[in-house]
Design a protein around this ligand. Structure first.
Ligand SMILES: *[C@@H]1O[C@H](CO)[C@@H](O)[C@H](O)[C@H]1NC(C)=O
Ligand SMILES: *[C@@H]1O[C@H](CO)[C@@H](O)[C@H](O)[C@H]1NC(C)=O
Ligand SMILES: *[C@@H]1O[C@H](CO)[C@@H](O)[C@H](O)[C@H]1NC(C)=O
Length: 541
């Protein structure tokens, strides 16, 4: 109470400045049991006819017509996972579990329609995630072209289940047909500024699936540490990780992340950012980084990757050959942001090279020279690449299928206009840097962004394939990552999945409060949006 009194004037000031009122956003208790789908489906029709679900009888099954069957372990796993979300851990006996009701829904039939259900495949940028749900007696039907759409539909089905006053699970007669607005819906996590234990990465993949995110952008290494354990160059993590045994991702850790993500329809795109952001690489690889000079002698510090040595490119060739086989996704993120030119400028060998190449003193040309060769190296591994916007801004020649990530808030619309005018696909992360925190409900700011709000033709708008919420790790580790990310990232999830017209913040608030409680119930310590309570509060690990 003391704290509340102390901060009340501050809160009111913030509330008034932001133009919203205290009373508008206090959740009303009677709304708590209403259906709170998140993100909101494209087409949704529900009725007041309610069916009961009894855990003793209800089953999720493959429909007879489905191309997927019991041998599809991805779906079998998902069936078990969602059954537990709806009814709790089956190993724990509960008295209500035995009960069978007379008016109940006995099964959800999952019908995968295309000849290849893709049980053992990986999701991709082209993946069709659409599904249709029809909930009626005696059985509900979930129809999707492949397992990826089925996963999204299972999440929606589980969100439709609500507890009545007697604690019994109910689901209403409902018709849904749903598909994502954007194909690339990502979360960036940074495991370099702080090491992120496997457990926290997996928990967030789980939360991503609850929000229908489908890309884990793994900013795995950076200046501060190199936790990726390379088979080809083990010295990278031996010398570049915070600790060579405890703060690394072994090949089997990486495999586990990729498989855990795949089971949830999530792509894993690793980022190996060069030529800047590479200090930790230099610990293990001699001569990879540029020696900086003070006057006429080396200062003992190092700058970006040395772009004038053939050995740098030989290294990158071998390194990215490994990366292209470890990570199955068609894309690798190559970074290319924030290259500091002062070290290059101080080095006499670099100056000489600049003169030979006719670059003058334009270090962007040197950066492009490096990136160009790197892109050719990666293209030779048959991977596509993603890059931060500077690579495009500096005029590097890019492959047609390059994805340019727009991260600078300054002139964001103009950048989107330029990138798409040049014919490149793009994703937006500028408005969604979730590492910046502030008092109050900043999720609303993320929610109100309209990604296509820039001048351009319809063809240009089609090139915006999605966006990413980025949680950079300077102030984030396993202690605070999950509550800081959720439910703030959920705002981005709905913006990228639901129809453009879904913009009502008050309606979103009511659903998000419940969605947040649902995540809490499922074991995700998602932070509160505002005052209120959950029926089932978070009780720690
Ligand atoms: C679900 O059914 C109940 C019981 O008939 C009804 O009170 C409620 O309004 C329905 N909810 C929706 C979203 O249709
Ligand atoms: C670097 O490689 C280029 C092209 O393959 C070659 O022409 C050049 O002589 C090499 N430089 C050194 C120092 O080996
Ligand atoms: C967009 O392109 C125009 C024309 O080439 C250029 O003048 C402008 O600086 C570019 N905008 C951004 C944000 O890079």
């Amino acid at each position: 109470m003391y704290a509340l009194l102390k901060f009340a004037p501050l809160f009111l000031a913030v509330a008034v400045c932001n133009g919203w009122l205290f009373g508008d956003f206090v959740v009303k208790q009677k709304e708590v049991d209403e259906i709170a789908l998140w993100p909101l489906p494209q087409k949704f029709q529900s009725s007041a006819v309610a069916f009961k679900l009894s855990p003793a009888r209800f089953q999720i099954v493959h429909s007879k017509q489905s191309s997927a069957g019991p041998s599809c372990s991805l779906l079998e796993n998902a069936f078990r996972r969602y059954f537990e979300y709806m009814f709790g851990d089956l190993k724990k006996p509960e008295k209500s579990r035995k009960k069978v009701y007379d008016s109940d829904l006995v099964e959800l039939q999952v019908w995968v329609t295309s000849a290849d259900p893709e049980c053992d495949g990986f999701p991709s940028l082209q993946t069709d995630e659409s599904y249709a749900l029809s909930i009626d007696e005696p059985s509900a039907v979930l129809k999707a072209a492949n397992v990826w759409g089925a996963l999204r539909g299972l999440e929606t089905f589980s969100q439709l289940v609500y507890e009545d006053d007697y604690g019994v699970n109910n689901i209403n007669k409902t018709e849904i047909s749903d598909f994502p607005r954007f194909a690339h819906r990502g979360i960036l996590l940074d495991s370099s500024r702080h090491f992120l234990p496997l457990k926290v990465i997996l928990a967030n993949l789980e939360a991503m699936a609850m929000n229908k995110f489908n890309v884990f952008h793994w900013h795995i290494v950076d200046d501060q540490s190199f936790p990726y354990m390379s088979r080809t160059f083990p010295e990278l993590s031996q010398k570049g990780a915070y600790h060579p045994f405890t703060h690394v991702y072994t090949p089997s850790d990486v495999k586990m992340v990729i498989e855990f993500a795949r089971m949830r329809g999530i792509r894993v795109i690793p980022e190996f950012d060069t030529p800047g952001h590479t200090e930790s690489w230099g610990n293990g690889i001699k001569d990879l980084l540029t020696p900086c000079y003070r006057g006429s002698s080396p200062s003992g510090t190092f700058g970006p990757v040395n772009p004038i040595l053939n050995s740098s490119y030989d290294f990158m060739t071998q390194f990215f050959k490994e990366i292209s086989t470890v990570f199955p996704d068609a894309y690798i993120h190559l970074g290319g942001d924030e290259v500091d030119f002062s070290c290059w400028a101080s080095n006499p060998d670099i100056q000489k090279f600049m003169a030979q190449q006719g670059f003058g003193t334009d270090y962007r040309k040197l950066e492009s020279f490096y990136i160009q060769r790197l892109l050719d190296i990666v293209a030779a591994t048959n991977k596509g690449y993603m890059v931060w916007q500077e690579v495009f801004d500096n005029g590097v020649k890019l492959k047609d299928d390059t994805v340019v990530e727009v991260w600078m808030g300054n002139k964001m619309e103009e950048e989107l206009q330029n990138v798409t005018r040049a014919g490149f696909t793009t994703i937006l992360s500028a408005p969604w840097y979730l590492d910046y925190i502030s008092y109050g409900q900043d999720w609303q700011r993320y929610y109100k962004v309209e990604p296509l709000n820039f001048p351009g033709t319809d063809a240009q708008k089609k090139l915006v394939i999605g966006g990413e919420a980025c949680l950079w790790g300077e102030y984030v580790d396993a202690t605070n990552l999950t509550p800081r990310l959720w439910p703030r990232a959920s705002a981005v999830a709905e913006r990228l999945w639901s129809d453009k017209s879904v913009t009502d913040v008050g309606n979103a608030y009511n659903r998000l409060v419940q969605h947040r409680c649902r995540m809490v119930k499922r074991g995700i310590p998602a932070e509160p949006l505002f005052v209120g309570h959950c029926r089932q509060e978070y009780r720690g690990q």
